[in-house]
Each structure stands twice: as C-alpha cells, then as structure tokens.
Write a protein that binds this ligand. Structure first.
Ligand code: NAP
Ligand code: MG
Length: 478
C-alpha cells in the first residue's frame, strides 16, 4: 500500500568471495576438523546454501584452547599495551576498508537489510575496535587499580542476530586487556566471523590470539565447560545462560551473561507523537525485531492511544519487506526456519489468548523465511505475548492512565535489559529513568549503540556490561 513504487536497487554481491567450504581458525591457520564433520549455512532470504562450514568437536575445542593458552603465555599476555593497541587499530582500519564486503556477507548469511548492515552493524564493529584499541595502553587509568591484569583465555559464545557486532563486543575488549580468545559464532551465521579470521591474518595478529570454532550448541557447550578457560562470555537466550551459570558454578571461571529482554517503550501523553512513532518502528522492526533490547512492549497513554496506533499503522504500511540486498529494503528475512516457527507459534498464542492481531499486508517472497510487521492490541499483562520474548517483528500494545501505572507495568517482567520513554518533559524522563528497572533507558530515541556506552541487563537479562570503560572490567582481574 505504498504511495509509489521503488525500482529495485540491489547491492552487488560480487564484492564478497564466499568459499565453498571453510575450516576452523586455530593458531592462526584454517584447519580441518579432526573428525571431518561439517554443516551448511544458508541465505535465509532464498534458502540457497552459501557454504559448508566445519563443526568443531571436543578435540578441536581442545586444540583451540591450547593455542589460545600458548599465545596468552608467550606473546599476548606479556606484550605491552601500546603494542597490542597497534594490532587492534590495524584490525579496526581493515574492517573499515573492507566494510562493504563485510556488510554484504552479513546480509547474505543473516538476512538483515543491507541498509542496516552497511549503516549500523559494520560501522559499529569498526568503532568498537577503535575504541578498545585506545584503552589498551591506558588500563592503569581505567579505575580498576594501578596495574590491572588480564584473566587469561576467554571462551566466547555469541548469537546470530548481530553476528559480527557481537563478535566485536566480545573480542575487542578481551584483546585490549591482554586476554586471548576462542569464539564460537552461531550455527546459522558463521561466515562473517570466518572473514574476521582472515582479517586477523591480514593484520598479522600473532597466531592463537584469536581462534574461531564454528559449530552448534554442542561446540559452545564444549568450550564453556573446558577446564583451561578462565573466562566465559555468553550472549544468547536466558535458558542457555542459566545452564552455563550452573555449569561454571564452583569453578574459577569468571562469567558475563548478556541474555534476553522484553523492553517497554513508554509513550507519555505529552510526547511528540510523530517522533515517537518513528521510535516505536525503529524499536521493534529494526533487524526484524531480532534484537535483545527491542522495544517489544509498547506502553501508550490511553488518551493518545488511538492517534498513536493510527499513525503507527500508517507508517508500518510504508515499510518495504523483501530482498535484504536491496538498498530500499526495511524488513529483511527471518534468520531461520526455527525462528520463524517460534514467531508464528507465539503469534498464534496471542490470538488464542484474545489479543487482536494487525499485520501489514505485503507480498511475501516465495522462498526464504518471512514475517510481516505485526502489532497486537487488546493485550493484557498476563498474556504470553506480553511476557515472553518473541524475537521477531511483533509488537504487543498495552495502555496506561498514570505515569506510575506505566512504570509498574514496564517493570512487571522477569527481564531488565532496556526501556524507552517518550516525553517532552526532562523531569519525567529523569524520574522514569530512575524508576525503570533496566540496564539501559533511552529517552526520545531507541536502539542507540555506542562503544563508549555500557550495555547490559538486570534481573533475568544477565550480568556484566559490554562497552565503555565498564566493559573492561569483564576482562580484567579486579
Ligand atoms: P541461544 O540459543 O542461547 O544461542 C546463543 C549461542 O549459544 C549460539 O552460538 C548457540 O549455538 C550457543 N549454544 C546453544 N546451546 C548452548 C549450550 N548448551 N552451551 C553453550 N552454548 C550454547 O540464543 P539464540 O536464540 O541464538 O539468540 C537469541 C537470544 O540472544 C535472545 O534471547 C536474545 O535476547 C539474546 N541476545 C542477547 C543480547 C544481549 O546483549 N543481552 C544480544 C543479542 C541477543 P547455536 O547457534 O548452534 O544455537
Ligand atoms: Mg546463514
């Protein structure tokens, strides 16, 4: 129902050279898995196979941890921070130079619109490396003691929603602090991490400082339970996070967990409505809603609810769903058939529980995994779609009468990762930011990320912070 049609504006995929198969990146080299296991990664927008990827077993994880240990003891741990910084700056520069290639690869393997991988993910990836490169020789001034020491070998496990960005959040601070790493990317999105491995080679990073072991949950589990890992950093679901916390209890391992969320995006009656509508759209439809801090619960003041919903539906009707490599695309593919099934299941539950569904009517491509942008109204706090993370382009709308009621409803969740408030009153913003039990509160904006700003959760959203000076603490012995 758009006002006019856009001609296709596809980004060329010829810039990226995808190999037919990839080994594991261990000790600076690509090696075959010991037992020869592989799996395929696909393009979720077309279901075409992109590449065959190695599945790391216990023996491969052993080899990767041993390489990381050796590099930590012999090279990276003893290296002065000013020298480590040079490598990190070099990596940051190469990422910026190869940003188009990385953006196209990320969109192919993940399904996210090129507009987002090009303008959000990859620039942030590069800026995280630049930012933490700057800290590498200034750790004594980080407020964590006069001579803070690294932890050793970090085992890092990341999800599929921001594959390279989550890698950057994990690897940049770990390396800046003098740790070495073994990272497991998500099963459905391993390719940008493997290109990052090539970038490490290009930057002549000493072998073993970064190791990439691809695989599924089993590989992650082998890494997390490995006895020679000093630090576990995990981003993913609360269920797996809980298992990891249990498995490392009673060991010397330090742990940070970045888990799920069910953020409230609160629109007060004095908000600038058009601006708030843009923020609601950005909050839940950015990256198909595959965002841990997505504004998935809209809390809107009852007096302006009709106006907000009218404008929201009108705006949603202009969103363009389709080919992720088209520069005009707003909504790309859902990352996997499993994730699509989960979204469909929860949407069906929403209907069964009595909420009212409204979806944008748009053409859905024949192949690939897609879900039209959707809102549910008549949602009550006890509904599963108001409590559980859907992790898709689905917004649950609730209303409130007083600011106190808004805060009480916003905090009525086991999660506590993020929240948003829309109001013209500075005092109300500050009051809400204090009252909301969430690690990050955005005011008159949403989904804003910056390497200098710490990010992380309260309650079942996990513990530890990534980004900023706070993010160093996760990788230092303080
Ligand atoms: P997930 O199932 O927990 O998977 C996350 C990672 O852990 C993947 O690499 C996964 O491998 C691996 N894994 C699975 N089982 C494991 C086990 N038993 N031991 C060790 N590793 C294991 O999460 P997801 O569904 O992929 O990702 C979505 C979740 O991540 C959402 O809940 C979202 O909110 C959260 N998230 C949080 C943040 C944050 O900063 N707080 C950021 C992004 C996403 P496979 O790929 O093979 O499953
Ligand atoms: Mg894929």
């Amino acid at each position: 129902m758009s006002l006019f049609e856009y001609a296709p504006a596809p980004e060329s995929r010829s810039i990226v050279d995808i190999k037919s198969s990839y080994g594991l990146f261990i000790d600076g080299k690509f090696v075959d898995p010991k037992d020869g296991s592989t799996f395929k990664t696909i393009n979720p927008a077309s279901e075409e196979t992109l590449a065959e990827v190695s599945e790391a077993g216990n023996g491969d994880v052993d080899a990767a941890v041993a390489a990381a240990r050796k590099a930590y003891t012999k090279v990276w741990g003893p290296m002065p921070g000013s020298e480590r910084a040079k490598y990190l700056f070099r990596i940051a520069r190469i990422i910026a130079e190869r940003s188009r290639e990385l953006a196209v690869l990320e969109s192919l393997d993940n399904g996210k619109p090129i507009k987002e991988s090009r303008d959000a993910d990859i620039p942030l990836v590069s800026s995280f490396f630049f930012y933490y490169a700057g800290w590498a020789d200034k750790l004594p001034y980080a407020g964590m003691g006069p001579d803070p020491k690294p932890l050793g070998v970090a085992g890092q496990v990341i999800p599929w929603n921001f594959p390279l960005l989550m890698l950057a959040w994990k690897i940049a601070p770990a390396l800046a602090c003098g740790n070495t790493v073994v990272l497991k990317p998500a099963e459905t999105t391993p390719l940008s991490a493997l290109l990052f491995a090539e970038i490490c080679q290009q930057a002549e990073l000493p072998p073993g400082v970064v190791n990439i072991v691809t695989g599924a949950g089993q590989t992650g589990s082998a890494l997390v339970s490995h006895p020679d890992v000093d630090k576990i950093a995990f981003t993913g679901s609360t269920a797996v996070g809980r298992d990891i916390a249990k498995s490392v209890a009673g060991t010397k391992k330090k742990v940070t967990l970045e888990l799920g969320g069910k953020a409230a995006n609160i629109v007060f009656d004095d908000a600038a409505i058009d601006q708030a509508v843009e923020g609601i759209v950005n909050g839940i439809f950015f990256n198909q809603g595959h965002v841990c801090c997505a504004g998935s619960r809209l809390l809107v003041a009852e007096s302006i609810q009709d106006e907000v919903l009218d404008k929201l539906k009108r705006r949603m009707s202009t969103l363009r769903l389709g080919d992720p490599l088209d520069k005009n695309t707003d909504i790309g593919a859902i990352n996997s058939s499993q994730q699509l099934a989960k979204i469909k299941e929860l949407a069906a539950v929403g209907q069964a529980e009595g909420a009212r569904q409204w979806s944008v009517s748009c053409d859905i491509p024949d192949n690939g995994f897609w879900f039209a942008p959707t809102i549910f109204t008549d949602v009550s706090q006890s509904h599963r779609i108001a409590r559980e993370e859907i992790f898709g382009p689905v917004l649950s709308v609730l209303s409130f009468r007083t600011p106190e009621e808004a805060i009480a409803k916003a905090n009525n969740t086991p999660y506590g990762l993020s929240a948003g408030v829309w109001t013209e009153k500075g005092s109300r913003m500050l009051w809400a930011a204090t009252a909301l039990k969430a690690g990050v509160v955005w005011a008159n904006t949403f989904n804003k990320f910056d390497p200098t700003s710490p990010f992380g959760g309260l309650k079942e959203s996990g513990y530890g912070r990534e980004g900023g000076r706070h993010g160093l603490e996760a990788y230092l012995n303080v």
